[in-house]
Design a protein around this ligand. Structure first.
Ligand SMILES: Nc1ncnc2c1ncn2[C@@H]1O[C@H](COP(=O)(O)OP(=O)(O)OP(=O)(O)O)[C@@H](O)[C@H]1O
Ligand SMILES: [Mg+2]
Length: 278
């Protein structure tokens, strides 16, 4: 469990109603406050509201400490908001569930299980039969290019390979939404570029809604349909920007004027925020 869940957030407000035509993710007036050791209240997120439509690749960027991970933890149901509510597929998040797949920066594979068994883990727990499990596992092993490594244990894999298993494991459960918190942050830049392309390919096949947190603006623009720029103190959404670049996205697009223009815009928003802190 992450650091966010270690301290009890202050009292939760009543849930808001939800409409019939719900987007895949709806974050409604979410605040997250912590009681500091000195007895005052620290506001990690303040009145955050946004929606992510079905099948969208949403990317969240923002300065360190603005509450990006907190937002994912709340969506994952690993912590509870102090006020507001989060809905996935119209249902209020009230705890962890297999409708939300997660891939985090630190490697979270089960070290005692093989690649195949890691991918199979959630399927087994859900009581899916052996033949169907095998079919699903084979499909995702193929998607992430790890067929030859199916019987390896995590310690026999590189960092990029481990994250590919984590992606396969999350998708094998057929979640409504994939939550990714800086999943490529610990990888070298070459592997990172390969992983971005792999993720885009897998996403285009799976049509999942993705919420992806990154510090890397190039990565945000290269992957996202929309970039949600957050500000800090208190953590909030500053601006939501559509990425006007056609798919499929390739690495050479980072040189294009549209790409550079968007990068400048996001950097400007982030710099404003840094200036506010001084
Ligand atoms: N359990 C906790 N108790 C008190 N404060 C916390 C707790 N967990 C997180 N915070 C604070 O909440 C704020 C948001 O943290 P969070 O980890 O969500 O930020 P982040 O945007 O993911 O940062 P980074 O980019 O560095 O990963 C931070 O200021 C952090 O210090
Ligand atoms: Mg974080």
């Amino acid at each position: 469990m992450g650091a966010v869940a270690m301290m009890q957030p202050t009292s939760a407000a009543a849930a808001a109603p939800h409409s019939e035509a719900a987007p895949r993710l709806r974050v409604e007036n979410v605040s997250l406050r912590y009681q500091t050791p000195s007895g005052s209240t620290f506001s990690a997120l303040e009145q955050v509201s946004f929606e992510v439509p079905d099948q969208q690749f949403a990317v969240i960027v923002g300065p360190s400490g603005c509450g990006k991970s907190s937002l994912l933890y709340l969506t994952a149901g690993l912590a509870e908001p102090s006020a507001g509510a989060i809905y996935v597929g119209g249902a209020k998040v009230e705890g962890p569930g297999t409708d939300r797949g997660m891939v985090f920066q630190s490697y979270t594979l089960f070290p005692w299980l093989t690649v195949r068994e890691n991918i199979e883990f959630g399927l087994k727990r859900r009581g899916i039969g052996a033949a169907e499990r095998r079919e699903i596992v084979e499909y995702y092993l193929n998607e992430v290019g790890l067929k030859a490594f199916a019987d390896n244990h995590p310690k026999q894999l590189s960092g990029g390979m481990m994250q590919r298993v984590a992606i396969a494991r999350a998708l094998a459960n057929d979640p409504q939404i994939l939550l990714m918190d800086e999943p490529f942050g610990a990888l070298d830049s070459q592997t990172r570029l390969q992983m971005q392309q792999l993720l885009l390919r897998v996403w285009e096949h799976s049509k999942k809604t993705v919420v992806f947190v990154t510090h890397d603006i190039d990565e945000a623009i290269l992957l996202g349909d929309r970039v949600y720029v957050m500000g800090a103190r208190p953590g909030r959404i500053k601006q939501i920007l559509d990425v006007p670049i056609a798919r499929p996205r390739t690495l050479d697009m980072v040189m294009e004027a549209q790409f550079i223009g968007m990068k400048r815009q996001i950097l400007g928003l982030l710099h404003d925020d840094l200036a506010e802190l001084h």
